[in-house]
Design a protein around this ligand. Structure first.
Ligand SMILES: [Zn+2]
Length: 469
């Protein structure tokens, strides 16, 4: 590395779990027209063109699990190009440019320790499954962080993550990397994204007049504060979906304009391999990149979304209560199974989700000799753990409306975990869950009527259960 200045763009490519576990048919989302659903539309606008013009070969990126699974099934060429981008980069530079992500995009600081562990273990495994190698870095959903999350990352062998400048305190000189001390001793490596540049690209990209203009007018003047490495990290969908056609911006920035402005283009993995941390910084606990109110956007509601968002706190309470109930049933059952550990079993079950182990072989691979109805019950309970974790996807709480599709999907995952648990053991949490949901109240933007989480739940069961319950 000869040049003194480095530029890295990291793209967080992600889509929420769409549809619901009750209904596996092709999803139709009318607001995505002329496409059938949002995944199709964003693929056409963003993933496909970025893959086609080689942008994945030049950026650092993570590909969320739900999106990766969808692309693998519905957009094979694009999926193959993205996976190949990492392999090609590794061939050229000795290290790949893709990194893992917390598996189900939950807000990890709001999760209990065992859920943090599962999300990180599953995120690692999903990455290995798709990219055929171990990851060095991990993207934290919404960059939401507390010390325990970093501790879990370190314990699971992850080497570094990415945060925003406002999530730390200390003497900053660009993207670092930096050390952050861990509660259990030891330290963890963190890259910091340049908030001003990243937000400029996320929110103003269509108004720059091209990559060359932006590089000269914005990037270069920022140098005096930017240290050796400048990191722009934003949603990957910025390039082509949020800003139509702007995959070209990324292409020209990284193939030409940044170079003529005196930068060497790099990736986080490549830089981490070559450069040691430049100092130690302190974490600001319970923060995220997309909320200025700590974690309130996903915990209690805050001014990040318009209107009364107090339904978020009530919904989280409903999910937390359900979580404790379903976990108790699961743990009780596993306690009666010789040699089985509830956390280890749940972590291992992800192999079934990934298709690495057939469902009917799973218990055997775990040294569990249950047969017949008991085996089926355990398989359902451990599957319920998958859905009850997914109900916590950040998207369940992200938007303003209790009636948002992403919130419906979150509640649908909860309902599916309830159904599996009832089928396995006869324990039915639906009445209490519905009662908790009825406390989450909001005004529906379209009809002006008050709706509750219980209304959303009833609609879901009416429309989507379709008598299967
Ligand atoms: Zn907020």
């Amino acid at each position: 590395m000869v040049h003194a200045r480095f530029l890295c763009v990291h793209g967080h490519f992600y889509q929420p779990p769409r549809g619901n576990p009750f209904n596996k048919e092709t999803l139709v989302e009318p607001d995505a027209a002329p496409y059938q659903n949002w995944n199709e539309r964003i693929t056409a606008e963003c993933y496909e063109p970025n893959a086609r013009i080689g942008n994945f070969e030049r950026i650092s990126f993570n590909l969320g699990g739900t999106l990766a699974a969808w692309l693998e099934e519905h957009a094979q060429d694009t999926y193959a190009r993205i996976v190949q981008a990492d392999a090609g980069y590794r061939e050229q530079h000795g290290v790949g440019n893709a990194i893992a992500q917390g598996a189900q995009h939950g807000i990890l600081p709001l999760a209990r320790t065992d859920d943090k562990v599962t999300q990180v273990v599953w995120g690692k495994r999903a990455f290995e499954h798709r990219f055929g190698r171990a990851t060095q870095g991990m993207w934290l959903p919404e960059m939401a962080v507390d010390s325990e999350t970093l501790q879990v990352l370190a314990e699971q062998g992850i080497e570094w993550t990415v945060l925003s400048e406002s999530q730390v305190r200390g003497a900053l000189r660009g993207a670092g990397p930096y050390w952050v001390g861990l509660p259990g001793g030891g330290r963890f490596k963190v890259f910091l994204r340049d908030e001003r540049l990243s937000n400029d690209i996320a929110f103003n990209l269509g108004h720059f007049g091209g990559a060359g203009h932006w590089a000269r007018e914005v990037l270069v003047p920022r140098r005096r504060d930017a240290g050796r490495l400048t990191l722009i990290a934003t949603d990957g969908e910025t390039f082509g979906h949020h800003w139509p056609g702007e995959e070209q911006f990324l292409h020209w920035l990284l193939t030409y304009e940044a170079l003529s402005a005196g930068y060497e283009v790099t990736t986080l993995a490549r830089y981490a391999q070559a450069v040691e941390p430049i100092g130690e910084i302190e974490l600001v606990e319970n923060t995220a990149w997309s909320c200025n109110h700590g974690l309130a956007r996903w915990a209690t509601g805050c001014a990040c979304t318009p209107g009364d968002s107090s339904w978020k706190g009530a919904l989280r309470r409903a999910l937390d209560n359900l979580r404790h109930e379903l976990d108790a049933v699961y743990r009780d059952f596993v306690a009666g199974v010789e040699g089985a550990d509830p956390l280890a079993l749940r972590n291992a079950y992800f192999e079934v989700v990934l298709g690495e182990i057939p469902r009917e072989k799973f218990l055997e691979t775990q040294g569990i000799t249950l047969k017949g109805k008991q085996a089926e019950a355990l398989l359902k309970l451990v599957a319920a753990q998958f859905y009850r974790q997914r109900m916590y996807a950040s998207c369940t709480f992200f938007f303003a409306e209790l009636t948002a599709l992403t919130t419906l999907y979150g509640i649908a995952n909860a309902a599916y975990a309830v159904k599996l648990t009832r089928e396995a053991t006869g324990v039915d949490s639906s009445v209490e869950f519905r009662r908790d949901l009825s406390i989450a109240t909001a005004r529906d933007e379209q009809s002006g009527k008050l709706v509750t989480g219980a209304d959303v739940y009833d609609d879901l069961l009416d429309g989507l259960y379709d008598g299967q319950a």
